[in-house]
Design a protein around this ligand. Sequence first.
Ligand code: CA
Length: 371
Amino acid sequence: MQRRKFLQYAGISAFTGAGLASCKGDEKADSNSHQAKTEAFKTLQWKMVTTWPKNFPGLGTGAEFLAKQINEMSNGRIHVTVYGAGELVPAFEIFDAVSNGSAQMGHGSAYYWKGKNPALQFFSTTPFGMTAMEMNAWLYHGGGMELWQEAYKQFGLVPAAAGNTNVQMAGWFNKEINTLEDLKGLKMRIPGLGGEVLKRAGGTPVNLPGGELFTSLQSGAIDATEWVGPYNDLAFGFHKIAKYYYYPGWHEPGTTLECFINQKAFEELPADLQAIVITACRVANQDMALEYIARNNDALDTLINEHNVDVRKLPDDVIKKLATLSKEVTAELGFTDPLARKIYDSYSDFFNKSRAWLDISERAYLNLRTG
Ligand code: CA
């Protein structure tokens, strides 16, 4: 059906509608011309399935932003409809849904697909790994994207970075963390590689879906939970039930969100629409990262000044231990298979160089700026 629509569209070579001449503000003429255009072009109807609840702040709205960019930049030639988790397929089935073509696009994060290949987590985030800026530099200018494409090609998918949370928070705790001993037996919701690190430090990582975090922390079933950062955490209301808000989010220092596209659907697009889809992802990638900074700024202010939240830094020796364990866990990930090794080598090579440069640029400047 999509293919037939596409061929119909492809048969129409040019649009030179009078609507182009309509002036701004003439909404009626504009909407008529828009209708004429979409009819002439036999709009491609694309489905974007996501791992987020519909319009979930930052992440779900980021997926909507991306769809809007594609719809507008393509002048209606592609119309992307966003589906929240569970609307078409459950959150963790979107990868397969796009891979098998039942949807054309997906919006999630690569670490959700570690069951396909653990090394995919490098395209999301790693504990004590790269920041959003470093991740994007690696992906766009350091060979990362080519490796991501290689990794997703075997699933019939084209990947693109499509958002970033930036550095997250370490989480909400009902137990003080003063020494390494305090991590022993700590029951914390912390998924993925961060959870493995906590386990090696003596803690008990628990993986719970977002919807169960509040009650689990409130009832004492868990001692702590990580989520995202002030913007999302304030909305969840964790400040009402947790004593301490620890930073920094060592386990998710720059989580990349992704858009993946069914490869066949992508290859059937004419070159200009392919460019629009990829460019829209690039725009959405940056926009989400910047939106998170702006919203986190305000939310942190509210948490501290309106809700008197006790914001604390994790102690240095705890950070040091977690960093050592993170290095181990990340290196092990790099030895799972030949592709993992290739990704790990590229990631760590870029990271080492980036660290040297950022130490005397961003870090040096930020250190100067404090106080
Ligand atoms: Ca998180």
